[in-house]
Design a protein around this ligand. Structure first.
Ligand code: APR
Ligand code: PHB
Length: 390
């Protein structure tokens, strides 16, 4: 088989890239080691920047998002028993974010891919990129015990943090930057109305908490927890009690509780692999970088990578110019590092660290107080939260 671009990974990065390429008349085959139901069963973040919303529209997959997604013009920072609204719209000249679950975005992209009849191979075993340093790259995989080989012009490694693409690059050619945080997030989904019409990020002596949502009747809540804790140790009642404790009283009183249908613990890390291009192999999204979820940048960074790569590949096929693909890594990384900085900063400002002493706590309080009193400081937060320009 031969195609123009082989995309490894059918998560949001791979699907969005595939859809945009198809719109530009560039043929791509997507390979994923997992099945469709498994991919759609993963619960991830749900806050989209304007740029991501625009790319979903450009990909022809934005219709349901505009009907069911919740546009938000602000969020709250809660601390010291009170909360302060960050008015995103006012601080950024009318911008905001769209609350729409990553699972739904993935479902919409998969559906559009089916509509246009583009090829996706799920349950592909032993996917391997080859010869991306040479002139004739190709990808091999196995399906139902039979080996396959796809020749291509380019390979897009959209296979997430644990994928094979980054690992296929010789160690001496790649530089890794990493920071692992000494805590995790325990997340819970429940069909109860959200405690607030906007998100609440709470700094509390007992640890960080986040109140988010998937719809007007489905809530997503998180609690900072120790890394050695297990989801099974947290009954619903224990979770709700702890969440109430970490919220200002007026929110705690308004909290509607109910049975959860998903509960899981995720570790937090910042990770960047440089560069993001190795000959004819490009790393995209989680395959190249991970951010802690504070600020919801993971999916949005995947989308901006896709934007740069798609622009480069379109230029290559339509104008016979390599300028865009040559600039891909530098352009993507420049935006990646700003989001890595922002997620690290929000994480540091809002969480309890095991070695947080009285001094560090005072610094956090001063920072939060500054944000609530300085329009300039709040503008920096808002500008990053809604997403920096591509
Ligand atoms: N071979 C083929 N497919 C693979 C392999 C492999 N060896 N390893 C992983 N994959 C597939 C996974 O099954 C998954 O469907 O690659 C896909 C990667 O998807 P994601 O992990 O969702 O990564 P990405 O598409 O870059 O999404 C960006 O934003 O908020 C973040 O972490 C969040 O997933 C999110 C991301
Ligand atoms: C979520 O809704 O899952 C979510 C929202 C905002 C974040 C992280 C996660 O910063």
């Amino acid at each position: 088989m031969r195609t123009q671009v082989v995309i490894i990974g059918s998560g949001p990065s791979g699907l969005l890239l595939g859809q945009l390429l198809a719109k530009a008349g560039i043929e791509a085959v997507i390979l994923d080691r997992a099945g469709k139901d498994y991919i759609l069963g993963r619960v991830r973040a749900g806050v989209l920047e304007n740029g991501t919303v625009g790319l979903m529209d450009e990909a022809g997959a934005g219709a349901r998002m505009h009907v069911e997604g919740l546009p938000h013009g602000g969020f709250s920072l809660a601390f010291d028993g009170r909360d302060h609204r960050i008015d995103l719209a006012d601080l950024t000249g009318g911008k905001g974010v769209m609350v729409y679950g990553q699972t739904e975005l993935t479902r919409d992209l998969m559906q559009q891919r089916e509509v246009i009849g583009a090829k996706t191979i799920y349950d592909a075993a032993n996917v391997r990129p080859h010869d991306f340093d040479g002139r004739s790259p190709y990808v091999t995989y196995e399906a139902e015990g039979v080996s396959h080989h796809i020749d291509c012009d380019f390979i897009a490694g959209c296979d997430g943090f644990h994928g094979v693409s980054r690992k296929a690059v010789p160690e001496k050619s790649i530089t890794i930057f990493e920071k692992v945080y000494p805590f995790g997030w325990l997340g819970l989904l429940a069909d109860v109305p959200p405690v607030n019409h906007e998100l609440i990020y709470a700094n509390h002596p007992g640890g960080f908490a986040l109140c988010s949502m998937r719809s007007e009747s489905r809530s997503r809540y998180y609690l900072q927890c120790a890394l050695d804790e297990r989801g099974e140790d947290w009954s619903d009642d224990r979770f709700w009690d702890e969440l109430r404790r970490r919220l200002p009283a007026h929110h705690a009183e308004a909290l509607v509780t109910g049975p959860s249908f998903e509960k899981s613990i995720a570790p937090l890390r910042s990770f960047v692999a440089e560069p993001m291009r190795f000959g004819k192999l490009f790393l995209v999204g989680d395959a190249a970088h991970i951010v802690p979820p504070t600020g919801a940048k993971g999916l949005n960074l995947a989308a901006s990578d896709v934007h740069y790569l798609y622009a480069g590949l379109r230029e290559y096929y339509q104008e016979r110019s390599s300028a865009g693909i040559d600039a891909y890594s530098a352009r993507a990384l420049s935006r990646v590092w700003k989001a890595v900085r922002f997620s690290w900063w929000m994480t540091t400002m809002l969480h309890r660290f095991p070695d947080t002493g009285a001094f560090d706590q005072k610094i956090q309080e001063a920072e939060l107080d500054y944000l609530t009193h300085s329009r300039a400081a709040a503008t920096v937060l808002a500008e990053n939260y809604v997403g920096l320009a591509y």
